[in-house]
Design a protein around this ligand. Structure first.
Ligand SMILES: *Cc1c(COP(=O)(O)O)cnc(C)c1O
Length: 292
């Protein structure tokens, strides 16, 4: 049986970012597990409970070739004794990414769909039987958000919690968990994805709650990067020992740092930055790019 050891999650100071009267701490959910790291366990947990109690034999989910969600699902299913199938966006590559190689060796059966077929959710007929339980791409949905609402953090000490936003499931969970305080401040990792606020709001019970997402820290778009971002990741690690991934958490930390420097947060603010994991994604970078 797989249970995540939440005692591994620590709340550590980040002196490098603490300036202009703003105190910053980081919630290291990346420490939860090597593969099922960070927010992915929390987003998956209630889907898995539901699948198991419904007697399903196989989990089917969707993602790209570098998806943290795909490899996390493969790993957790492997440990729970469930079969898993990953429907992967794009034609089967000649050489697999680390992510896909890992997912396959964890027992996940991979199905490659052209981008058009992927978009129209064309599921292979062999996965359409009643033994299959479907989890949406990225774990997006109410069940995923309810899971993310169980990410354990101190709701008294902090007035603001900052998180990366992909599908918005984690952010919706954090908003649900905190009510009106702390405020949740999201940093989108995509370019001009202005539908995100609505995607988050759809997962909230109280749709009047504030959804605050910053769109200026995408570095060109999803999984895009430049030398400045890589330099920032290396500096942050050198000065604080915090490793980040270039797809999500580096953009989050970069954005939070920029907002603090320009005085966006009131002096005296206590910020918690959610380290949501995803470090496996850095393996797609050229060796030597990062100092960690
Ligand atoms: C998947 C992921 C996210 C995005 O979470 P959403 O719930 O899709 O917004 C953020 N950080 C990391 C490290 C992730 O792997």
């Amino acid at each position: 049986m797989f249970t995540a050891n939440e005692a591994m999650i620590t709340t550590d100071p980040v002196p490098r970012l603490s300036q202009n009267g703003v105190m910053v701490r980081v919630l290291r959910t990346d420490r939860l597990d090597e593969v099922v790291s960070g927010n992915k366990w929390f987003k998956l947990r209630f889907y898995l409970d539901e699948a198991i109690s419904a007697g399903k034999r196989r989990i089917v989910t969707f993602g790209g070739a570098y998806s943290n969600h795909i490899v996390a699902t493969a790993s957790v299913c492997n440990r729970l004794g469930l079969e898993s199938a990953g429907i992967i966006r794009g034609e089967e590559p000649e050489s697999y990414s680390h992510t896909l190689t890992d997912a396959r060796s964890l027992g996940m059966k991979l199905y490659f769909l052209s981008r058009t077929n992927y978009k129209s959710h064309l599921v292979p007929p062999s996965l359409l039987g009643p033994e299959n339980y479907f989890i949406p791409e990225g774990g997006y949905g109410h069940t995923g958000a309810l899971g993310a609402a169980t990410i354990p953090f101190d709701k008294i000490t902090f007035d603001t919690v900052c998180c990366a936003v992909g599908t918005g499931t984690m952010m919706a969970g954090l908003i649900t968990a905190s009510g009106t305080s702390p405020r949740i401040c999201g940093v989108s990792v995509m370019k001009n994805n202005f539908g995100l606020e609505e995607a988050v709001r759809k997962l909230l019970k109280d749709t009047n709650q504030e959804v605050n997402i910053h769109h200026a820290f995408h570095f060109g778009g999803y999984a895009k990067k430049n030398d400045e971002l890589i330099r920032f990741m290396n500096e942050l690690f050198a000065e604080t020992g915090i490793p980040t991934d270039f797809v999500y958490t580096a953009k989050l930390f970069y954005g939070v740092n920029a907002l603090i420097r320009r005085g966006y947060f009131k002096p005296g603010s206590n910020l918690l930055v959610i380290h949501s994991g995803g470090l496996q994604g850095n393996r797609s970078l050229r060796k030597g790019t990062l100092i960690f």
